[in-house]
Design a protein around this ligand. Structure first.
Ligand SMILES: NC(=O)c1ccc[n+]([C@@H]2O[C@H](COP(=O)([O-])OP(=O)(O)OC[C@H]3O[C@@H](n4cnc5c(N)ncnc54)[C@H](O)[C@@H]3O)[C@@H](O)[C@H]2O)c1
Length: 333
C-alpha cells in the first residue's frame, strides 16, 4: 500500500484532504505530521480515531531530522504545513520563516535522499500579489506583499530550484481563498458567521471592496488528488473556481443566509499591505489535471453556514475575543 506523508494535516485544508482521501479510497495510508500550532485542531480528525490507514506524528517540519525520518517512509508528500494567518504575519513574521521557508527546505532536502514519487507543494494565489484587471497565469511574476505571501513565494522558488537542480519531483499548486467546514474562526467567512451568530458587527477592512476568488475546500482537495495522479513534476498549476466577489458581497451573502440584516456590516480601518484583488486563470489545471470545481459559490456557502450552525461545539472554544478581533494585525499573537 502506498503512503502519503501529509504535513499540516490538523489544519483546515489538510484535515479536509485527509478525510477526503481516506473517504474516497483505501489504497493509501496517511502519515500526518503537524506541530499542533495555533491554527491546528486535533478535533478536526477525531473521526479517524482507530483508522488503521491513518497515523499521526507530532512535530515540526522545521526539524530536519524529523523530516528525514518521515519522508523516508513515504511514497508521496502533500505539504500543507505553513503559518497561514496574514494578519498574524504582520505583527510576528518569524514563525512564518520557520515553517514556510525552513520547513519547505527541510522537506525538499530530505526528499533528495529518497526515491519519493511526487511532492505536492501547496501554495497560494497571494504569491502573485494584487491585479487590477485580468488574471494571473503560471508564468506571471511573483510579487508578494505580506510576510505570509513572501515566505510562501520563497517556498515555491525553492521547490522549482530543487526540481531543476536535483530533479526532486515537486508539483506546485497555487490556489485561491478556500472556505468550508473546519476553517479556523479567525478566517474571514467563519469569523463573519460566528460574529453574526453572537450579534456582533461584521468588520470589513478598507470598505470591503477587495476582491477574492473563492473555492470550496472539497473542490481544492479534488484538485490535489488529481495532481497526485496527473501533475507533472516541475510544473505549477493555478487552482481557482472563478467565484470573484468583494468581501462586502461575501459578508452580505453570509448575513442573508443567516436571516440577519446587512446593517450588521461595520467598516474598519484597512490593514497594511492589503492586496486589492486576486485573480487566477486555472485553464492549465482544468486541461492538464482534468479537474473542475463541482460546487457553485451559493451551494458551497450554504453548506458552510449550515456546518457552522450544526457544529457550535467545535468552534465555540476557539472563537475567543482576540481571534474574532476586528483588527487582528494590531493584536499581540
Ligand atoms: N486557506 C486558504 O484559503 C489557502 C489558500 C491557498 C493556499 N493555502 C495554503 O494551504 C496550506 C494549508 O492552509 P490552511 O488554511 O489549511 O492552514 P491552517 O493554518 O489551517 O493549517 C496549517 C497547519 O500546518 C501546521 N503547521 C504549521 N507550521 C508547521 C510546522 N513547522 N510543522 C508542522 N506543522 C505545521 C499547523 O499546526 C496547522 O495545523 C498552507 O500551505 C496555505 O499556505 C491556503
Amino acid at each position: 500500500m502506498e503512503r502519503i506523508l501529509v504535513t499540516g494535516g490538523l489544519g483546515f485544508i489538510g484535515s479536509n484532504f485527509v478525510r477526503h482521501i481516506l473517504g474516497s479510497t483505501k489504497t493509501f495510508e496517511i502519515i500526518n505530521v503537524d506541530y499542533v500550532g495555533p491554527s491546528s485542531n486535533p478535533a478536526n480528525l477525531d473521526s479517524l480515531r482507530g483508522d488503521l490507514h491513518y497515523s499521526f506524528v507530532k512535530g515540526s517540519i522545521s526539524n530536519p531530522r524529523l523530516c528525514q525520518k518521515v519522508v523516508g517512509k513515504a511514497d508521496f508528500i502533500v505539504n500543507f504545513a505553513a503559518e497561514t494567518h496574514v494578519d498574524r504575519s504582520i505583527g510576528a513574521p518569524n514563525p512564518f520563516l520557520e515553517s514556510n521557508v525552513i520547513g519547505t527546505f527541510n522537506l525538499l532536502e530530505a526528499s533528495r535522499q529518497t526515491d519519493i514519487k511526487k511532492i505536492i507543494h501547496v501554495s497560494t494565489d497571494e504569491v502573485y500579489g494584487s491585479i487590477d484587471s485580468g488574471s494571473f497565469n503560471e508564468e506571471s511574476p511573483l510579487n508578494p506583499s505580506s510576510p505570509y505571501s513572501a515566505t510562501k513565494a520563497a517556498g515555491d522558488m525553492m521547490a522549482k530550484a530543487w526540481y531543476a537542480t536535483y530533479r526532486v519531483p515537486v508539483v506546485i499548486l497555487r490556489c485561491t481563498n478556500n472556505f468550508g467546514p473546519y476553517q479556523h474562526p479567525e478566517k474571514f467567512i467563519p469569523k463573519a458567521i460566528i460574529r453574526a451568530l453572537r450579534g456582533l458587527p461584521i468588520p470589513l477592512y478598507g470598505g470591503g471592496q477587495q476582491v477574492r476568488d473563492w473555492i470550496y475546500v472539497e473542490d481544492f482537495c479534488t484538485a490535489i488528488q488529481h495532481s497526485l495522479d496527473r501533475g507533472e513534476p516541475g510544473e505549477i498549476y493555478n487552482v481557482s473556481a472563478g467565484n470573484e466577489l468583494t468581501n462586502r458581497e461575501v459578508a452580505q451573502s453570509v448575513l442573508e443566509k443567516l436571516g440577519k440584516p446587512s446593517s450588521m456590516i461595520a467598516d474598519t480601518e484597512d490593514r497594511p499591505g492589503h492586496d486589492f484583488r486576486y485573480s487566477l486563470s486555472s485553464n492549465k489545471a482544468r486541461r492538464k489535471l482534468h479537474w473542475r470545481p463541482l460546487k457553485t459559490m451559493r451551494e458551497a456557502l450554504a453548506l458552510t453556514v449550515d456546518w457552522y450552525l450544526a457544529n457550535r461545539k467545535w468552534w465555540n472554544s476557539l472563537a475567543s475575543f482576540k481571534v474574532l478581533s476586528p483588527q487582528p494585525w494590531k493584536e499581540k499573537w
